[in-house]
Structures are given as C-alpha cells and as structure tokens.
Design a protein around this ligand. Sequence first.
Ligand SMILES: NC(=O)c1ccc[n+]([C@@H]2O[C@H](COP(=O)([O-])OP(=O)(O)OC[C@H]3O[C@@H](n4cnc5c(N)ncnc54)[C@H](OP(=O)(O)O)[C@@H]3O)[C@@H](O)[C@H]2O)c1
Length: 203
Amino acid sequence: MRVLVIGGSGTIGQRLVPELRARGHEVVVGSRTAGDVKVDITSASSIRDMYQLAGELDAVVCIAASGDMDDFATLTEDELLANMRGKLLGQVNLVLIGQRHLAERGSFTLTSGIFADYPARGVTGGGLISGALHSFVLSAAIELPRGLRINVVSPTVVEDSADAYRDSFPDLKPVSMQSLVTDYVRCVEGPGTGEIVRAYGGT
Ligand SMILES: NC(=O)c1ccc[n+]([C@@H]2O[C@H](COP(=O)([O-])OP(=O)(O)OC[C@H]3O[C@@H](n4cnc5c(N)ncnc54)[C@H](OP(=O)(O)O)[C@@H]3O)[C@@H](O)[C@H]2O)c1
C-alpha cells in the first residue's frame, strides 16, 4: 500500500514508519518541517495542496498534533479553539478533504488520546478534543464513500514519552511502543471501520 503518515517524524511516527516500511508499504511522511511532503493540518488550503502533491494514496495515518496543557480556572474559548485547530479540526479536515483523494477501500487512521475517557488536571482541551474525535469517527465510518474506512487510535502516555510526562500524569502506566505500533498497523491493514482503539496498556 502507499501510506501517507502525517507526523511521521514525531515520537510515535518514528516507531510506526519503519514498521510500515518493513511490512512492504511505501510510506510518504508529511509534517510542517520534515519529511517528503510539507503540510500544516491547521490550514485547509495546506491540506488540499498536500493531497495534490502526494499522488495516489491507499491510507492516511495522522499522528500529528499541536496544543498546550490548560489551566481550567483561566481557560478561554480562544485557547480551546487553538488546541482544536491543532488536533481536532486538522484531522477532521484531513478526512473531509481526503475522502475525494484516497483510492477505493482506502483508510484513514486518526489519533486521539486517553483523556477522552479518563479526566486529569490540565487537559480539559485534550479530553474535549479526543472525545469529539471519537464521535467524528463513528459518523464518518457510515458516511464515507467507496468503501473507505476510518478508525482512531487513542493512546495513553506512550513508552517513549514516559519521562516527559511522568510528573504531569504519575498515575498513567505507559503503553509499549510495540503494542501501540501494532494497533496502528491493524488499522491500516485490517478490515475494521468505526473503531476506537483504546491503547491504554495496563492503566
Ligand atoms: N506521546 C504521547 O505520550 C501521547 C499520548 C497520547 C496521545 N498522543 C497523541 O499522539 C499524537 C502524536 O504524538 P507524538 O508524541 O508522537 O507527537 P510529537 O512527538 O510532538 O510529534 C508530532 C508530529 O506531528 C507533526 N506536527 C505537529 N503539528 C503539525 C501540524 N499542524 N501539521 C502537520 N504536522 C504537524 C510534527 O512535525 P513538525 O513539527 O515538523 O510539523 C511531528 O512530526 C498527538 O495527537 C498526541 O496528542 C501522544
């Protein structure tokens, strides 16, 4: 398959891209600053340009996002909107625009996160966004044309980020990179659609 991995240069991407290549897929990496195609998912026109440049695609995986932790006492609509552009609306636009570009029976695999299901301090925006992504995937799965599939992987803190997040989320047991990569590969290669893959390890 020809697979576009947006965010393929990031923490999760650096593990997923070699595995997809080892399994015989042709992988195109996209991001704002690194990889084969430049894209900023916060911009619909950038996403349109990316699909024009990327050529024929069988699968799109998005593990790209930007956004900050928040302080509920002072949280504003503008701060939430900025986070939503970086993770929710960017991924939604990848699907709304990309549905016209993917090959028949192609697939989208999006990324949400554990705070959709488990609240923690400082991630109200993250929880809201990930919950919305789960609902979006349920709708998109029954709306997408031409047999296109869509799934979302919802990781807890990942093994390779454990040190960075230990102080903020001491109760979360990291999911192993191998297990997480297997979840993404199954979304790309398997038949499933409308699945919310909760990669919560031993939490
Ligand atoms: N790491 C964790 O423990 C963890 C846990 C739960 C959920 N997640 C979720 O998993 C996803 C990936 O996490 P990660 O830790 O791998 O992230 P990361 O290491 O920060 O990497 C992010 C990747 O996305 C790209 N990117 C960021 N903003 C972009 C934009 N607007 N347009 C296009 N590309 C963009 C970055 O490249 P450029 O800077 O070059 O654009 C980079 O390749 C995120 O949605 C994150 O919330 C991560």
